[in-house]
Write a protein that binds this ligand. Sequence first.
Ligand SMILES: [Zn+2]
Length: 331
Amino acid sequence: MVIDLQEEEIFRPPQPHESLWFPDGNVILATDNHLFKLYRSFLSLHSTVFNDLFRSANNNDINVERIGLKILPELYDGLPMIRFMEDDGEDVAHLLRAAFENNYYNSGNDDMPLRAIVALLRLGSKFGFERIKKDITLHVSRHYPLTLLEYDAVDNDGLPLFGRHRRDCHFPLLAVAYKAEIDILLPSLFFACSEYGVETIFRRTRSMGNDGLRILMKGRDALQRSTSKLVSDLPEQLRDEASNSKCRKKTSCLANACFSNLPDLIQPHFVNVKGSCVVADHLNSVCAACSSLVEEMIDVRREEIWNSIPSHFNLPMWDILQAKQREMVGT
Ligand SMILES: [Zn+2]
């Protein structure tokens, strides 16, 4: 009896979707579990891939199987049927609902489940749903921004994001952005993933492929070297800055100041090497003028590290990516 039920579940044919089944639709899209009755003209409007597919007088002109679609030989209720061969039915449902249902996707909603965000970014790119791809890219870029000031404002792995914690989002979003070549998201995502240990990185990048993993590990090494150098230079820099301080004491506080427990910063989260954090947690007591000088000295070095991030991951520099982002916002 139990076996019969399981078999029934396994062989259950796809069913009409509860909301994306328009009685006067003129094409059927099928997945492993859903059937969608939609309008060809609307699909063409939203998707460059479906536009090309429907415009082609002879569908054989387009290698639909290369992108995981198959035009089925049989009709469904007299309508042509196109099957998604590679993609999960629920992921396709997220894509089509975002395209056809008002308010299904709202770019201000950070509670949308990560699974849906990843599906929209992946399938939006794959099937040329350009508006969806753009909206999700800009949405995600608010949480993985392109300036240090904005990054510092969101850099808290414990905060809720997309129905999870922010820390749970780094790796799935990196994998999809890497595959879809969405370069404005990549530096911050690579950077966020670089803060994790080797074991975590290997475990969480299985879907990314060796090339992406190699770039991540190479960039991570370079960043760790830069941060280690920043930390190891601190004592010497402190002495050099003593003469620049507006300290009111006869002998500048910095002449005798020293850092403590600096090795704790060698394996840091980047937020830990902020000037204000280093001064508060690792510098012995100095006056306000000396504190702010040291904070600034550290923040200049920290900004240099931030500026170098794209080059460590084989990406265009920030100003090029920022221009691309501005262009995207304007379209
Ligand atoms: Zn002082």
